[in-house]
Design a protein. Structure first.
Length: 133
């Protein structure tokens, strides 16, 4: 979980997570880390559909030094498959607006923006997107 925490907190500095919060999230979400030769290169989060919705959230993160090498594609496709296995009929994601690589990746994979919001005390918006195809 430390590797997942490191990747998340580096890519999402607006919402750093302590270990205790990650432990709680791991009970309801699928959290995975991708490695290359024992070096963490990225991570994913799959939030399965809640009882009242058929939407799952899939988030793939890749450390900047490992981007544009195919890791994001592998992480995303694995997370997408896990979301579909959980019964998701709708796939959503969320990307920090300042993460231009992440937004480009999401759009190239058929996601369209549905909302933007800013966490209390912050200035950088998060972008909610939904898979359109």
């Amino acid at each position: 979980m430390r590797d997942w925490q490191h990747i998340h907190n580096l890519i999402i500095p607006a919402d750093p997570l302590p270990a205790a919060e990650i432990a709680v999230r791991a009970q309801r979400n699928l959290l995975e880390v991708a490695y290359l030769d024992r070096v963490a290169v990225g991570c994913s989060t799959v939030r399965p559909p809640a009882d009242d919705t058929a939407a799952a959230t899939v988030i793939a993160r890749v450390l900047p030094e490992h981007r544009r090498q195919g890791f994001g594609e592998q992480i995303y496709l694995r997370a997408l498959a896990r979301a579909r296995e959980s019964g998701a009929e709708v796939i959503e994601t969320v990307v920090l607006a300042s993460n231009e690589d992440g937004l480009r990746f999401a759009r190239q994979h058929g996601f369209v923006e549905t909302d933007r919001y800013v966490l209390p005390g912050d200035t950088t918006p998060f972008v909610d997107l939904r898979l359109a195809r």
